[in-house]
Design a protein around this ligand. Structure first.
Ligand code: SAM
Length: 292
C-alpha cells in the first residue's frame, strides 16, 4: 500500500501509527472526519484525530455492546435507543433480534452517516429497516424530550465519541438523570467508557454518574487492538432488571459467546482500584490535547 504514516495520540507522549491511504476527509459542522484504508485493519473512520472504527476489529466492540445487555436479560429488549453510532455497527447487531420492535437512533452528524454509508457499507446495518427511526440531532436533547413525554426504552446504547467536542453534553448530570427516566423498569443502559490504560478517569467517572441515578452498575471489558488496549463498558439498570453478567440465552457471534460474556465481567485488580480510589470532583474528564 502506498500511503502516508498517520499517528493517533492515544496517551501521554505515546502514539500508534497507521500507514493510511486517505479515502475521504471533511470538516463537518461538528468534527473533523477522515476515512482511510490500512493494510492491516482495512477501512476505518477517524473523528477529531481518534480512531472510531476499523473493519478489522469492529465486530468485537459492536457485539459486546449489544449481545451482553441483550442476552444478559431473560427477555430480549423490544425497544432500543442508540445514541451516536454513525458507522451503523451497533444497529447491525441490534437488527439480529426479531423481538426488537422499535429502534430509535439519534446521531448528531449527518455527514458522518453519509461518509460511513459510502465507504464502510459492510459495517453498517440496514438503514431502511422499518423498525428504525433515524433522528439527526443531539442525543442529550432527544433524551430530554423523551423524558418529558414519558417515553421508555428497554435498552439504551451510548455509542458516542469520547468526552470531547459535541459529546461532552452526554457526560453531564442532566443527561444521566433523563436517561434513567426513559429506562423501562427492566431496562439496561450500556455505554462505551474509554480505555482505562490511557484515560483512567473516564470509566470511573461514567460509573459514578450512573450510580447517581440508578442502583445497579456493572463494568465489563473487551480487547480493542485499534483503540490501543482493553475498552471498558459500563452497564446500568434498576433492581428489577436481570443480572446481565450471565447470559440467559446461548448465542455465538464472531467474538461474543457465552464464556466471553461471563468472563468479560472479571476486572483487572488495577481497574477495581481505579474505581475504589475515584474522587468525583464533578468535572467531566475532558481531553484537552490537540489531535491534528
Ligand atoms: N465506536 C466509537 C468510539 O470509539 O468512540 C463511537 C463511534 S460513533 C462514530 C460516535 C458518534 O457519536 C459520532 O458519529 C458522533 O457524531 C456521535 N455523537 C457525538 N456527540 C453526539 C451527541 N451529542 N448526540 C448524538 N451523537 C453524537
Amino acid at each position: 500500500m502506498t500511503g502516508y504514516w498517520w499517528s493517533e495520540r492515544i496517551g501521554s507522549g505515546y502514539t500508534h501509527g497507521y500507514e493510511i491511504e486517505l479515502l475521504f476527509e471533511q470538516r463537518t459542522r461538528f468534527q473533523h472526519m477522515v476515512i482511510f484504508e490500512n493494510a492491516q485493519w482495512g477501512r476505518g473512520l477517524i473523528l477529531d484525530g481518534i480512531v472510531q472504527v476499523t473493519q478489522g476489529d469492529e465486530f468485537i466492540y459492536h457485539e459486546m455492546m449489544v449481545h451482553v445487555p441483550m442476552l444478559g436479560r431473560a427477555h430480549p429488549a423490544e425497544s432500543v435507543l442508540i445514541i451516536g453510532g454513525a458507522d451503523g455497527g451497533i444497529l447491525r447487531e441490534v437488527q439480529k433480534y426479531d423481538a426488537v420492535r422499535r429502534i430509535v437512533q439519534v446521531e448528531l452528524d449527518e455527514d458522518v452517516l453519509t461518509g460511513c454509508r459510502k465507504y464502510l457499507p459492510e459495517i453498517c446495518g440496514n438503514w431502511k429497516d422499518e423498525r428504525l427511526e433515524l433522528v439527526i440531532g443531539d442525543g442529550a436533547q432527544y433524551v430530554q424530550d423523551a423524558a418529558a413525554s414519558n417515553e421508555k426504552f428497554d435498552l439504551i446504547i451510548l455509542d458516542s465519541t469520547d468526552p470531547i467536542g459535541p459529546a461532552v453534553v452526554l457526560f453531564e448530570p442532566p443527561f444521566h438523570k433523563n436517561l434513567a427516566e426513559i429506562l423501562s423498569d427492566t431496562g439496561v443502559i450500556v455505554r462505551q467508557s474509554g480505555l482505562p490504560v490511557t484515560m483512567p478517569k473516564v470509566m470511573p467517572f461514567i460509573r459514578k454518574r450512573f450510580l447517581d441515578v440508578l442502583p445497579c452498575v456493572k463494568v465489563y471489558l473487551a480487547p480493542m487492538p485499534t483503540y490501543g488496549g482493553e475498552i471498558a463498558f459500563v452497564a446500568a439498570s434498576r433492581e428489577q432488571a436481570d443480572d446481565i453478567s450471565r447470559p440467559s440465552t446461548q448465542y455465538s457471534g464472531r467474538y461474543y459467546n457465552p464464556g466471553i460474556h461471563s468472563a468479560s465481567f472479571a476486572l483487572p485488580t488495577w481497574w477495581q482500584k481505579l474505581i475504589d480510589d475515584f474522587e468525583d470532583d464533578g468535572q467531566v474528564p475532558i481531553e484537552t490535547k490537540t489531535y491534528f
